[in-house]
Design a protein. Structure first.
Length: 180
């Protein structure tokens, strides 16, 4: 069972639901006369994205992008690769980049540069989790669900070696799982 590898639950399903609804309401307020394009950074943000867009009540569109920076380890390599690019053109659009977690900032620093070069009207960053103590690159989120300590977390879309994404809550992975 996946649950046995979890040291402690950080955010329950209820806590996630409540916070994500608040974030959606905030986006609703901030984009009154605009139709934002939400860009989910795959794969980690897919569950957050699905819940977030359902808590936004105004018109919006979605697109998906995949980048890789980790391999199977637990620290960012600093080398970021676009694995899947957007389908939509973003020039002149109000885009919101939706991420699961902002850690060193390597991934987003690179990604935001690429997106900026395509001249969107505006660009904001929405992350469910933030580990500010780990930051190497100067990246700040406009919308941040929770600040967390420097622990490796999984669930609600976040993985370790592609597993645990299907846990409905977010929990700290037992270090013995990745120190094997
Ligand atoms: P960064 O480039 O170091 O900011 O890492 C960002 C990416 O690393 C995230 O989008 C996640 O995919 C992954 N990541 C960072 N910390 C964790 C964690 O605690 N659990 C699972 N994935 C993580
Ligand atoms: Mg990710």
């Amino acid at each position: 069972m996946l649950h046995q590898d979890i040291e402690r639950i950080l955010f329950t399903e209820d806590e996630l639901r409540t916070r994500v609804a608040e974030m959606g309401a905030q986006i609703d307020q901030d984009y009154v006369d605009r139709k934002p394009l939400l860009i989910s950074v795959l794969r980690g943000s897919f569950i957050f994205m699905a819940d977030l867009v359902r808590s936004i009540t105004r018109p919006c569109t979605v697109d998906f992008m995949a980048v890789s920076s980790y391999g199977a380890g637990v620290t960012s390599s600093g080398q970021v690769k676009i694995v899947k690019d957007l389908t939509e053109q973003i020039e002149g659009k109000d885009i919101i980049v939706v991420e699961d977690i902002l850690d060193s900032g390597n991934t987003l620093h690179y990604l935001l540069q690429i997106l900026q070069a395509r001249h969107p009207a505006s660009i904001r960053l929405c992350t469910l989790l933030d580990k500010p103590s780990r930051r190497i690159k100067p990246v700040e989120a406009d919308y941040s669900g929770f600040s967390i300590p420097d622990e490796f977390v999984v669930g609600y879309g976040l993985d370790y070696a592609e597993q645990y994404r299907n846990l409905p809550y977010i929990g700290i992975l037992k270090p013995c799982v990745y120190q094997k």
